[in-house]
Design a protein around this ligand. Sequence first.
Ligand code: SF4
Ligand code: SF4
Length: 238
Amino acid sequence: MREQSIDLKKLRTRLKRQLQETIPDARIDYCLTCGLCASGCPASGIEGMDPRKFLRLLILGQDEALLETDWIYSCTMCQRCEYACPMKINVGRFVYELRGMRPRDRRPQNLQRSCDLQKESNSTGIPNDDFVWVVDDVLAEVRENEPEWADLQAPIDKKGAEFYLNQNAKEPTVEPEEMVPLWKILHAAGIDWTYSSRWWDGANYCLFSGDPEDWEKTVRNQAETVDALGVRYYINTE
Ligand code: SF4
Ligand code: SF4
C-alpha cells in the first residue's frame, strides 16, 4: 500500500520533474506561496488562474489541469513574476515549455498559422512583391505631398547599408502610413539603412508558440539576410 502511494506520487509529479530536467534553475520547490507573483501579473484571474496557483498545481502534481488550461496563452511571458518573486521563480519560463508540449492542432490557430507563415516569409502571408510595392507607393506619396521630404528614402535590399531594419507586418498590410515616421527619423539622423524584400517582418510569432527551433529559424532567416547584404547592424523594431 505504501509502495503504491509512492508510485502514484511520482506519476503525478511527472510534469514538475520534466520541467526541472529542462530548466536547470527552475527552483519550483522554493515557492513560499506568498502570492507576490500573482499581485503584479497581467494574466492573474484569467481562466481562473494566476502564477501562484499555477505553481501550486505544478507542485501538487495536477499535470492534467496544467496541460489543459488555455491560461498559458494569456501569460505574456513578461517575467514580472520573476522580478517580484523573493525566490526568483520564473513562471513564464514554465509556460513557454507547456506551450511547446501542446499538440500543434490544439494551439490557438491564429498564433500557429502566423508562426508557420513566418517560417516561409512573413506572418500575414502577403506576397513580398506587395510589401515592396506598398513601400514604394507610400514613399512616392510622401515625396509628392511633402516637399520638405522630397528626398526621403526607404531602401530595400541595399547592399552594404549600415543598418538592417524589419517592420511589423501589420503596418504595410493595414496601416502603411505608420511606416513613415520611422523613415523620417532615420533620414533626419542621416542613417544608412535598408529593409529586406523577403525577411522584412519584425514580429516573431514562433517565439510564442513554444517551439525553439521555429523561432530560431525565424531569427536565422533574417540574420543570414543581414550577412548576405553585407549589413553591419541588425535592428529588430519589434
Ligand atoms: S510571465 Fe506570465 S505569469 Fe509571469 S507575470 Fe508575466 S504574465 Fe504573469
Ligand atoms: S512570488 Fe515566488 S515564492 Fe511567492 S508565490 Fe509566487 S512563485 Fe511562490
